[in-house]
Design a protein around this ligand. Structure first.
Ligand code: ATP
Ligand code: MG
Length: 405
C-alpha cells in the first residue's frame, strides 16, 4: 500500500504517524516544505521517499510536482493529520481519485459555520451562532444571539483570535483586533466544563474512543499565562455524568458521515448537565493528547490509526488502566530559562506515576505560550484513581515553578 503523507515532519507529532504507517507495512511517500535534512529522524526513517516542495498551499503546483515525482506509481491513500493541511489533502484526493474525505466533507470539518449548520439540521445541540464579515454584521448578530458571546475565526485553530465578549462596549473594543480575520463566527457563550471525544473510526464504526477533560476551560488556559493547563484522559469514560457527551459524539460523526481515521471533538458539559457541541476536527488532537491516550491504555495509537487507515482493522486490545494527565508549565519572567524549582520533591513523591518529564533545559529561550500549548515544557502522570491523578496534576501546577530571566 502506497500512502502519500503531507507534512510528515511537522508539527512535532507527525513523525509518529509516519512511523505507524511504516510499521503496518505502508510505503510512505512524504511531501513537505521542510528540506530533507531538516526532517526529524523518526520521519526520515519511516519514509519510502520524500518530495520537498516550496509550498504546501499552492495545490495546483503541488499536484503537478507530486505527479511528476510519482512517475506513474499509484497512491492508495492521501493522509494529513495536521489541521492546516486538511483542505489541501482533500483536493489532492479528488485530483488523484483516492478514497477518504473529499473537499465537501472536509469543509464541514473546517468551516465552523457549515459544521454547526449541518449538525443543527441533524437535531444536535450546538451554540446559537452566526457568521459575519463586517462590523455591522457582527453587531446585528450580537443583538440576535445575546451576551455573553464568543467571537472566533470561522476557520480557526489553536484558540487564536478567540474572545469572550460580555457586552456591546467590549464588542466594539475587540472588533478592530479581528480586522485581519476574513470571516468571524459569533456564538452564544456556553458555560460549563470542557471535554473532548476522540475516536479512531473504521467505516463509520468506533474502533477506539477517548474522553478527556480540559482543566481549566481552554479559553481560560489560553488567555492566562499563570495557569498550568491540564488535559486529563479519563479511565472511565462511561460515567453517567458524561453519557450526554458520548451520545453527542456518536450523533456528530453520523451527521458528518465520517468514515475512517482519527477525529477530535470538543464539547461542553453545562452546569445543568447538558452536553453541547463545541467543534470537531477530522484529525487527532495535538498537545500530546495521543500520548496521553497511549499511556492510559498502554497502546500505540499512532500505529493503531495507521492500521485502521490502511487495513480497516484495529487489532490492539483496549484496556483502560489509568487516568493520564499532562500539565503544561509556563515560566515566570521573560528570556531564557534560569532555574526549575520543585521538580525534585514532585519526583520524590510521585516518581512511579510520572511517565514523562519534558521541560526546556536551563539556558533555552522561553517558548511563546500563546503560540504553543507545549509552553515551556510539561509532565505526564498516570494513576488508576482519578482524584489521585488530579491531585498530582494540581501539585505540578502549584509546586513546580520555572523561572526565566
Ligand atoms: N460557544 C462557546 N462557548 C464557550 N466557550 C467557547 C465557545 N466556543 C469556543 N469557546 C472556547 O474557546 C476555545 C477555542 O474555541 P474553538 O475550540 O472553537 O477554536 P479553535 O481555535 O479551533 O480551538 P483549538 O484550540 O482546539 O484549536 C474553546 O476551547 C472554548 O474554551
Ligand atoms: Mg478547539
Amino acid at each position: 500500500m502506497n500512502v502519500l503523507m503531507l507534512s510528515p515532519g511537522f508539527p512535532a507529532e507527525m513523525p509518529h504517524y509516519a512511523r505507524g504507517l511504516a510499521e503496518v507495512g505502508a510505503r510512505v511517500f512524504g511531501v513537505g516544505d521542510q528540506p530533507r535534512p531538516a526532517l526529524p529522524k523518526i520521519a526520515a526513517e519511516s519514509l519510502y521517499d520524500y518530495l520537498h516542495v516550496r509550498s504546501l498551499w499552492d495545490v495546483q503546483a503541488l499536484a503537478a510536482a507530486v505527479r511528476s515525482w510519482l512517475r506513474g506509481r499509484s497512491v492508495d491513500r492521501i493522509v494529513c493529520l495536521w489541521e492546516a493541511g486538511m483542505s489541501c489533502a482533500a483536493e489532492l484526493r479528488e485530483m488523484f481519485g483516492v478514497p477518504g474525505l473529499n473537499v465537501e466533507q472536509t469543509v464541514r470539518f473546517r468551516d465552523k459555520g457549515v459544521m454547526k449548520q449541518t449538525l443543527e439540521a441533524a437535531g444536535i445541540r450546538t451554540p446559537r451562532h452566526a457568521r459575519a464579515r463586517t462590523v455591522s454584521e457582527c453587531e446585528d448578530a450580537a443583538l440576535r444571539i445575546g451576551y455573553p458571546l464568543i467571537l472566533k475565526p470561522i476557520a480557526g485553530a489553536g484558540s487564536q483570535d478567540t474572545y469572550r465578549i460580555d457586552d456591546q462596549a467590549a464588542l466594539r473594543e475587540v472588533l478592530p483586533r479581528l480586522r485581519h480575520v476574513a470571516e468571524i463566527s459569533i456564538e452564544e457563550f456556553v458555560e460549563g466544563q470542557e471535554y473532548t471525544f476522540d475516536t479512531v473510526c473504521i467505516g463509520g464504526e468506533l474502533a477506539y474512543y477517548n474522553l478527556a477533560w480540559y482543566r481549566p476551560k481552554v479559553l481560560i488556559a489560553r488567555s492566562e499565562q499563570w495557569v498550568s493547563p491540564q488535559t486529563v484522559t479519563l479511565r472511565e469514560p462511561e460515567q453517567p455524568k458524561l453519557a450526554g457527551g458520548f451520545e453527542l459524539g456518536h450523533k456528530v460523526l453520523k451527521a458528518l458521515e465520517y468514515s475512517t481515521g482519527f477525529t477530535h471533538m470538543e464539547w461542553f458539559l453545562t452546569p445543568q448537565g447538558e452536553a453541547v457541541f463545541g467543534e470537531i476536527g477530522a484529525r487527532p488532537p495535538g498537545g500530546r493528547s495521543v500520548d496521553l491516550m497511549n499511556y492510559a491504555c498502554d497502546i500505540d495509537l499512532f500505529k493503531g490509526w495507521a492500521e485502521a487507515e490502511c487495513h480497516g482493522r484495529f487489532s490492539q486490545q483496549i484496556q483502560r488502566r489509568y487516568n493520564a494527565a499532562i500539565v503544561f508549565k509556563r515560566a515566570r519572567g521573560e528570556g531564557r530559562i534560569q532555574r526549575v524549582e520543585g521538580l525534585r520533591s514532585i519526583l520524590a513523591r510521585y516518581r512511579e506515576h510520572i511517565v514523562c518529564v519534558d521541560l526546556l533545559p536551563i539556558g533555552a529561550p522561553r517558548r511563546d505560550w500563546r503560540q504553543t500549548l507545549l509552553s515551556d515544557g510539561y509532565l505526564i502522570m498516570r494513576h488508576p484513581d482519578l482524584p489521585t491523578t488530579l491531585e498530582m496534576a494540581d501539585r505540578v501546577g502549584t509546586d513546580l515553578q520555572i523561572y526565566a530571566g
